[in-house]
Design a protein around this ligand. Structure first.
Ligand code: ASP
Length: 423
């Protein structure tokens, strides 16, 4: 009883972590019963997704209106994009280097290859079909401008919502103050209320995470993991290197902040990202962690983080580097330096247009493979472990977004000195 009370009173990330750990054996031992847990996970997911659109729109509008300076906005925009593009390119490079060093594809024999193919051929065909219908980069750029903002909000089209909120935030500073003020006050109230809603929803996080993990573990084929162990380990190693090397160095260098303190501050968001495999769904928690635990101002977090959840996917890009090399190795196709540079370019561009939802990385991977002439059907080889890798790469994706918020916050003097007690 005492233990239970202690547990209930423990910090949020501890409770989520316990939910996650408990979900693993539950998934193993419940077998077909995990189906009954699926609605619990779904309810939790829907609850956090429900917050995304009103929170992003209102806080970005208020943030832009309070900046009131287009030049400052432009500067923040350029720095943010610069950081996102550079870290993504570094991430793929790490993936490519490790793929070349460890050559995970060379250890796959013909029998394993056939087994992986036959298990996932149909699913791969579906993904390839979706990839072939994806709009190209130019189309993606055009579609940043919303034809109808109500539709953008209804469809949760993040880039369009960002565009509209920014424009409206700039415009409201140009109307007479007595007219603009009520609108700003309204969205200020909405944004604060949405943050409170995050707090309420997070009460369910331990249970939601437990259910999500139990379902994933219950449906996971461990024999596939054994066949793809080397590939999986190389991706995980790359992700670890990227967090420890790239982000830690950047945070120390550009924000003068302790990387460990940073990782501690965003732990709840990382746990949610890991269990949902969606950086968009995690967004409310990422915003909350950056503001409350790292002290990043709302102005910065409401701009940098929603943008990052859509266009910055370092973990995904890194995995695409390893996956492309792995598939090429299994097919015995040598990749030239030009091929590998094309992967860097294509994976960076592909991550811009992709929404932060589960499994999108494998669809954009198909687009990358096409440009370097590796058979698209090759994605069937890695589909069996994709969910597991998705959980890890999504965690890295939101870590990258948060590191950017911290660095931009520090460079703009938008970090709170005194941080409130956590949770
Ligand atoms: N699930 C990832 C995210 O939401 C995207 C992916 O790599 O599939 O960030």
């Amino acid at each position: 009883m005492k233990l239970f009370r202690k547990l209930v009173k423990s910090e949020l990330h501890t409770r989520i972590f316990i939910g996650l750990i408990a979900g693993i054996p539950a998934g193993f031992f419940l077998g077909g019963m995990v189906d009954y847990l699926e609605p619990v996970g779904d309810i939790f997911l829907r609850l956090i997704r429900m917050i995304v659109v009103p929170l992003v729109f209102s806080s970005l509008f208020v943030g832009t209106a309070s900046l009131g300076d287009i030049r400052k906005l432009g500067r923040i925009g350029i720095k943010t994009m610069g950081y996102y593009l550079c870290t993504t390119a570094i991430a793929i490079t790490i993936g490519l280097i490790l793929g070349n060093i460890f050559t995970p594809g060379n250890s796959i024999d013909q029998a394993t290859r056939d087994k992986l193919f036959s298990a996932h051929q149909a699913e791969a065909a579906q993904k390839i079909d979706i990839a072939s219908n994806k709009p190209d980069i130019l189309d993606t750029l055009v579609k940043i401008v919303p034809g109808n903002p109500v539709e953008s909000l209804a469809e949760a089209n993040m880039l369009q919502i960002i565009f509209f909120a920014l424009l409206l935030g700039i415009a409201v500073t140009m109307v007479p103050e007595e007219k603009g003020k009520p609108l700003i006050r309204f969205f200020e109230a909405l944004s604060d209320t949405m943050i409170r809603t995050v707090h309420i929803v997070m009460k369910m996080a331990p249970l939601g995470v437990f259910a999500l993990i139990a379902v994933v573990v219950g449906r996971f084929g461990t024999d596939i993991l054994v066949s793809l162990l080397k590939y999986t380990l190389v991706v995980l190693l790359g992700l670890g290197v990227h967090v420890m090397l790239t982000y830690s160095t950047a945070i120390r260098l550009f924000a003068g902040y302790s990387p460990l303190k940073f990782l501690r501050g965003i732990r709840p968001a990382q746990l949610i990202a890991f269990s949902t495999s969606s950086s968009s769904a995690t967004l409310p928690v990422t915003i909350e962690c950056c503001e409350e635990n790292l002290g990043v101002s709302e102005k910065i977090s409401s701009f940098v983080l929603p943008l990052g959840a859509t266009i910055n996917m370092d973990g995904t890009a890194l995995y695409q580097g390893v996956a492309a090399i792995f598939i090429a190795q299994v097919y015995g196709i040598p990749l030239t330096i030009t091929n590998q540079l094309t992967i860097v370019l294509m994976a960076t561009l592909a991550s811009i247009g992709a929404a932060g939802v589960p499994g999108i990385g494998i669809i954009t991977l198909a687009m990358v493979l096409e440009t370097i002439g590796v058979p698209l059907e090759g994605i069937a080889l890695i589909l069996g472990v994709d969910r597991l890798i998705d959980m890890c790469r999504t965690t890295v994706n939101i870590t990258g977004d948060s590191s950017c918020a911290l660095i931009i916050g520090a460079s703009e003097n938008e970090l709170r000195e005194e941080l409130p007690a956590k949770d």
